[in-house]
Design a protein around this ligand. Sequence first.
Ligand code: SAH
Length: 250
Amino acid sequence: MSGTLKIIGLGPGSAGLITPDVKDALETATDAIGYFPYVARVIERSGLTIHGSDNRVELQRAKQALELAGEGRHVVVVSSGDPGVFAMASAVFEAVENGPLSWRELDISVLPGITAMLAAAARLGAPLGHDFCVINLSDNLKPWSIIETRLRLAMEADFAMAFYNPRSKARPEGFEKALDLLKSACEKERLIMFARAVSTPEESLLTVALSDATPDMADMRTMVLLGSRQTRLISRENAAPIVYTPRSMR
Ligand code: SAH
C-alpha cells in the first residue's frame, strides 16, 4: 500500500474557515502531525493517531511525517492558517531535499488554508486592496538586520504591510524597534491595525493612527497590518470602522 502526505492549513480558527478539501483530508488520515496547539484542533476519532510536538522541532516533525508516509500511512501535517505561510510546507520540502531519494517518490500535496492575514484583512474591510507585502517580524530564523532592511524598503515603496509574529514574550523588544522605525519614516496619521485571534471567541480589532500605536497592542496571536499612504478609514456611529485601500492610486 502506498502512503500519502498532505500538508494542510486549518485556517485562522473557526470551523467555517476550514476548506472542504482540508476537512476531507482530516477524515481520511491515519496520522496527524503538528505543533501541540494546532493538532489540538484536530477532532479525535478511532483510526487516527495524533502526534503533537513542540514548536522548535519543525524538521524533526517533517521527517517523522515522511517516514510514516513511506511506511504506507496517510499522514496530514497540520499548520494554522495556510501551510505555505511561515509554516510546515517549507520544512517538509527542506527535509525532502536533504533526505533519502525515496522521499521524492512519495505522494505529497499541499492543501491551502485561509491565512491569518486574509482573515484579518477581511474583518477590517479591505486594507490590502492594492499592492502590499508580508513580513514575518520574528528574528528566530533570520537576522534582525534583514527585517530592518525590508521594512525600510517597503516603506520607501509605499506598500501596505502585513506583519506575522509581531511580538512574543521571548522577544518583546523587536516589535518596539519595528514600530519606532515605522514611526520615523511614515506620517503620523498612517493607519495601523491590530487584529487579534481573528475568527475565534477572543477576537479583537483595533485601528489607530501610527503615532498612537504602542508595542503592547500586539502579541503572538495578533496580525498587524499597516496601511499605505492611500489607505482610508470610514467611521461609523454604531459599528467598527471600515479600513480600505482604494483599487487605484490617486
Ligand atoms: N501559517 C499561519 C501563520 C503562522 S505564524 C497562517 O497562515 O496564518 C503565526 C502568526 O500568525 C501569529 O504570531 C500571528 O501573527 C498570526 N496568526 C495566526 N492565527 C491568527 C489569528 N487567528 N488571528 C490573528 N493572527 C493570527
